[in-house]
Design a binder for this molecule. Structure first.
Ligand code: PEP
Ligand code: MG
Length: 916
């Protein structure tokens, strides 16, 4: 049996977009549902692939025969004949693949015209002007698409005639002018191709089909597929739709237009779009004439407008989705030319989802599934006005979404000062360290020239919900000179810059922002998501302010509270430093005694805010040298202080002179206080101790070094203080009648013995606190799984741990042996570009490698402890595809930064609905 390459609109399966392309499948659906569509047929994507795979680029041998057979049916339906002078039929030849790629492939209109058919058309319509208009459009489009003639050559010829005829608007050209244009256009083509223009309509048709097939491999289309990651599984080849032409430019009772069944900007349930009387489709998009809003049709063509509203209702009730459609009115008869799902912004998507459920058009599952979770980002963060024409000066990693403008400030202290003085600040650093934290608080956003998406700057900014562009390597930050250089551009301290943490773009100057909007429709939609989801969604939140934000975004608890953030507060850092430089256990305990009440208060606050939801607190993780200044900074400071000490006599003389000379001057700046030599000596000594500590703590590989539980076991008093603070905070809450559920989590665990030791301390302190407060506290004990060995020994670890949480930032680093600080700026983009790795594994969970480890660890853990609670708290916990995987392997919860919580809630619902 011969292969079927062609399907009429009446027979094609409207669900088979892979074979018929989106447009073809929809035209089949429309035709079969009784909506008036011009008759036509689809050539399949298989025919396209057969043609493209043929080294000689020949069409499948029986394709044109099948095309001719179908053309006969169209002729019958239209009562016209293709290529005949009497009642000629014209067709459009339109591309259309399984994925919508607007404007990326080619389309030819008015095909079938030549001198003979033109005369026939003039005879039929009695409208010479219209016919020449159709002919000149055909010659230009066919010339450009099928024969490769540059558009400019046609434009020049067109302008020449317009000038001769002394008209400015196309509509004012007479039939005679258009006839001249046709003649000129034919010359343009023949001169450029050095061949006669193909006049045989069958030849035209064959060339046009090949041209549309070829456009699948055109640069535009190939680039588009790469950019939007359209794989062959999603769309392979283009179909070709051959459709009888109907004319919106036949008379003033004809028109053409485009419409949305609802407003794509707001989602409001009103028809939205534009039309032009006496015009062809391309005129509406080309912007040559100004189209009118569809609402105006109610007055201008009331009968047709009523039909248009009926068409809109039929489209929505058939496709159960907002439609973006094209229509033509030929002599008072309305035809739908094509339809597809309307692309809308997030506000409109959310509103239409909720309203279509209330209208009974779709159910809640459909309402949830039609919105891509990441799209909600638009509603949760302020974003840059998409209409800006400002161009970025640099690009880094989109590390924490949202847009922010402010003055560039190059260190955290000054950022804090300027922030307190009411300035909007962008903190610009080469990379940030925990000691910069106060600068984060004071800034609108953070820009770094080094570090990846899980760098300190990125993680902290995401936790705070502040925009961050990280690793913008094209920027050289010079903190000493207080400037950043980007090629020719210099950003000096105080210059206004704008960062877009959703794209990684950096702008010089202020780009207008659009505020975030957490609407009641979004609240409704997310409540439906929670009904459907099986995964719980927790937040990564480190401070009481974060906890409040987490609640606002609907977090069901805190899945990760990184306690180091509390240590970084500027008021506490000196105590932390004392703890670090302490030489004896006693000295260290003295510092820890000061920290205990502070931490207890922090925890108490967080527990109260989150009650009765669980709060997982992770004991100290980063290497402690991170709390100390850098070695070079200390060397410089000691140097300056020593010089000062040497020149103390000079300072005294200066001070005395200033005091004496300006003593009666009210505008006297300030009395210089001569430095106290003893104080100076003490400061120098402290700095020297810090320097020696920094040197002794130095590690070649700090990320694999003395951190996490290893640190906890080396300095038991630090973890003991934290455990006590957690349990006492819980006890105080309980005393006040607050229902709290603390969980203690240990980072960087490799062996059950590590867990066992810490668990013993927890048990001991737990008992002491319960005795002291005279009440019972429930507190569970768990382990991070972020080390490969921990995953492999999950069965064993589960004997000690009551829950697991995958730290996929470190686990990804460990599994790939890619540094989470550097890989994203060095080789990962090249890996992605060359398809060595499909995605950035620090952003999209590597299901095949890291995911496999997780899957095994879940199984093994639950062998020991059936039903064990297992979650994820690495950055992947907020990534929709990764969340789907977490659902599949049976995790209990995902935990992510607060502003991603709504995205994760929707993604969790998607995962549950899809798996049913
Ligand atoms: C992780 O490693 O995934 C994690 C959550 O911990 P951190 O990012 O703080 O190392
Ligand atoms: Mg970690």
């Amino acid at each position: 049996m011969e292969k079927k390459w062609v399907y009429s609109f009446a027979e094609g399966d409207g669900k088979n977009k892979q074979l018929l392309g989106g447009k073809g499948a929809n035209l089949c659906e429309l035709t079969q549902s009784g909506i008036r569509v011009p008759p036509g047929f689809v050539i399949t994507t298989e025919a396209c692939l057969s043609y493209l795979n043929d080294p000689h680029r020949t069409l499948p041998h029986d394709l044109m025969e099948q095309v001719k057979t179908h053309l006969r049916s169209v002729e019958e339906a239209m009562h016209r004949r293709f290529g005949e002078k009497k009642k000629p039929l014209l067709v459009s030849v339109r591309s259309g693949s399984a994925m919508s790629m607007p404007g990326m492939m080619d389309t030819i209109l008015n095909l079938g015209l030549n001198q003979d058919t033109l005369e026939g058309l003039i005879h039929d319509t009695g409208n010479e002007r219209f016919c020449y208009d159709a002919y000149r459009r055909f010659i230009q489009l066919f010339g450009k698409v099928a024969l490769g003639v540059p558009d400019e050559l046609f434009d020049e010829a067109f302008e020449q005639i317009k000038k001769q005829a002394q008209v400015t608007q196309d509509i004012d050209l007479s039939a005679r002018d258009l006839k001249d244009i046709c003649k000129k256009f034919l010359q343009v083509v023949e001169r450029y191709t050095a061949k006669p223009f193909p006049h045989d309509p069958n030849e035209q048709l064959e060339i046009a089909i090949k041209a549309v097939f070829n456009s699948w491999m055109g640069k535009r289309a190939v680039d588009y597929r790469r950019e939007f990651k359209i794989t062959p599984e999603m769309a392979n080849g283009t179909a070709v739709n051959i459709v009888a032409m109907v004319f919106g430019n036949m008379s003033n009772n004809s028109a053409t237009g485009v419409g949305f069944t609802r407003d794509p900007g707001t989602g409001e349930n009103v028809i939205f779009g534009e039309y032009l009387v006496n015009a062809q489709g391309e005129d509406v998009v080309a912007g040559i004439r100004t189209p009118k809003p569809l609402a105006a049709m109610a007055d201008e063509m009331p009968g047709i407008f009523k039909e248009l509203m009926e068409l809109r209702n039929s489209l929505e009730s058939h496709f159960k989705e907002v439609q973006d459609f094209e229509f033509t009115i030929e002599e008072g008869v309305l035809y739908c030319l094509q339809t597809r799902n309307g692309k809308m912004n997030a506000t409109a998507m959310v509103r239409t989802s909720v309203e279509m459920v209330h209208e009974g058009l779709i159910d809640k599952n459909q309402a949830l599934l039609r919105i891509k979770p990441d799209m909600l980002e638009q509603l949760l963060f302020p974003r840059l006005d998409p209409h800006t024409d400002m161009q970025p000066v640099a690009k880094g990693l989109a590390a924490s979404p949202g847009g922010a403008s402010g003055i560039a400030i190059f260190d955290a202290d000054r950022a804090e000062k300027m922030g307190h003085n009411g300035h909007k600040v962008i903190l610009v650093r080469e990379e940030t360290k925990p000691e910069d934290i106060h600068g984060f608080f004071a800034s609108q956003g953070i820009l770094t020239s080094r570090g990846g998406k899980t760098s300190h700057a990125a993680v902290v900014a995401r936790g705070m919900g502040k925009p961050c562009v990280a690793g913008a390597e094209g920027i050289t930050v010079d903190v000493k000179l207080r400037q950043a250089i980007i090629g020719e551009v210099r950003i000096s301290e105080g210059d206004i810059i704008t960062i877009d943490g959703s794209t990684g773009a950096v702008y010089l100057g202020e780009v207008p922002l659009i505020e975030a909007e957490f609407s009641s429709d979004l609240v409704t939609l997310l409540s439906w998501a929670d009904e459907k989801a099986r995964l719980l969604v927790m937040a990564n939140a480190d401070t009481p302010a974060d906890a409040k934000r987490a609640l606002k975004f609907g977090a069901m608890g805190i899945g990760l509270c990184r306690t180091e953030r509390m240590f970084n507060d500027p008021a506490r850092l000196p105590i932390v430093i004392d703890m670090i430089i302490a030489d004896t256990k006693e000295e260290r305990e003295k510092a820890l005694d000061k920290l205990l009440p502070i931490q207890r208060e922090d925890f108490k606050n967080i527990f109260s805010i989150m009650a009765p939801r669980p709060v997982t607190i992770r004991l100290l993780d980063p290497p402690i040298h991170e709390f100390l200044p850098q070695e070079q900074q200390l060397i410089d400071e000691i140097d300056i202080l020593r010089n000062l000490r040497k020149n103390l006599r000079g300072l005294r003389v200066l001070s005395d002179t200033v005091s004496f000379m300006y003593q009666n001057d009210p505008a006297h700046p300030k009395v210089l206080t001569p430095a106290d030599p003893e104080l100076l000596d003490a400061v120098i000594l402290k700095k020297e101790m810090m320097l020696s500590k920094v040197r002794s703590l130095h590690e070649v590989n700090p990320m694999l070094g003395h951190r996490g539980v290893r640190l906890g076991l080396t300095f038991p008093e630090i973890y003991s203080m934290q455990i006590r603070a957690i349990l006492e905070a819980a006890a105080e809450c309980r005393k006040e009648g607050i229902d709290v559920h603390p969980e203690i989590m240990i980072p960087q665990v490799c062996t059950a013995q590590e867990l066992n030791r810490v668990k013993e301390w927890v048990a001991e302190i737990h008992k002491q606190v319960e005795d002291a407060y005279g009440l019972k506290i429930s507190c569970s004990f768990g382990s991070m799984l972020e080390v490969v060995r921990a995953c492999m020994r999950a069965e064993n670890l589960a004997e000690e741990a009551e829950f697991f949480s995958f730290g996929t930032n470190d686990l990804t680093q460990a599994t790939f042996s890619f540094s989470r600080e550097d890989a994203e700026n060095k080789f990962l983009p090249m890996y992605n570009m060359n398809h060595i790795l499909q995605d950035n594994p620090f952003e999209v969970l590597d299901v095949k490698g890291v995911g496999k480890l997780m899957e095994l660890a879940v199984q093994w853990g639950r062998t020991t402890r059936p039903g064990m609670k297992v979650g994820i708290c690495g950055e992947h916990g907020g990534h929709p595809a990764s969340i789907e995987f977490c659902h599949q392997i049976g995790l209990t919860y995902v935990s992510c930064s607060s502003p991603r919580v709504p995205i994760a809630r929707l993604a969790a619902a998607h995962a549950a609905i899809k798996s049913r």
